[in-house]
Write a protein that binds this ligand. Structure first.
Ligand code: MF3
Ligand code: CO
Length: 248
């Protein structure tokens, strides 16, 4: 069941969304070569709680941290660790979620650390563009399949592939609500998105194969060929005026 948010509820989600977006800007300003992913996670925890909000990932299905930090061939759900050190030339994808006054925000960015290969730079840029291609074409009445269509077309026309095993999702009082939002699909198919729906759109784009592997820690997802991956996510509300990105 897809929940329709009232204008007052959307205002609450604008607030949790803004905090989520601001948190990612803060983390971008703090991320440094030589830092462990656990240190970055700690900064996120302190930031979120200093605003009276709760890190939504912490304890979610037993997840042990406030962020997912996924480097290079890790697609998503990398667990922050004292033993994982951020190095020059890496793609570091940071995914965060907050709950403010009962409402969720969910967003992710891929950061390029220092000088990176041309392929990584292109992958990160194309992944972000995939998100915006989908959002540019999103308004009241858009079929859900259009999101996947625009993401997939842009990724594949650039020689990259779209992860299929994981998707975006509706979001509200819960982090994961209906509908599921695939990053592949056909234009004109699926349910129509309506004003008052809120979705997390999150392209996960791979340099090589679309196939992924789930690691034995129960969380970490890697590319099967161990080539790099990038992730870009925002919480997006559909309103009468079009798509409104809440977590920029
Ligand atoms: N942003 C991710 C998602 O949309 C985060 C979930 S990680 C978890 O699914 F740890 F919270 F599960
Ligand atoms: Co998400």
């Amino acid at each position: 069941m897809i929940k329709i948010k009232t204008e007052a509820e959307l205002d609450c989600m604008r607030k949790s969304g803004r905090l989520t977006g601001d948190l990612l800007k803060f983390l971008e300003s703090q991320i440094k070569i030589g830092m462990s992913t656990k240190e970055l996670d700690r900064l996120a925890y302190d930031y979120i709680t200093s605003f009276g909000a709760t890190p939504s990932f912490l304890g979610y299905a037993g997840y042990p941290a406030s962020t997912c930090i996924s480097i290079d061939d890790t697609v998503v759900h990398g667990i922050p660790s004292d033993d994982i050190i951020i190095k020059e030339g890496q793609i570091v994808s940071v995914d965060v979620g907050v709950i403010l006054d009962g409402w969720q925000g969910d967003a992710a960015r891929s950061f390029l650390i220092g000088k990176c290969s041309e392929e990584k730079v292109k992958l990160v840029n194309v992944t972000k563009e995939c998100f915006f291609k989908a959002v540019e074409n999103l308004s009241d009445g858009t079929p859900l399949g259009d999101i996947g269509y625009y993401v997939q077309t842009h990724a594949e026309s650039n020689g990259f592939s779209v992860v299929r095993a994981l998707t975006g999702h509706g979001i509200g009082r819960e982090m994961h609500e209906d509908p599921s939002v695939p990053n592949y699909g056909r234009k004109g198919t699926g349910i129509r998105l309506k004003s008052g729906m809120v979705v997390a759109i999150e392209p996960m784009i791979n340099a090589g194969t679309f196939k992924v592997e789930f690691m034995r820690d129960g969380w970490t997802v890697k590319t099967q060929d161990r080539r790099p991956s990038a992730h870009y996510e925002n919480t997006v509300a559909i309103t009468d005026k079009g798509a409104e990105i809440l977590t920029l």
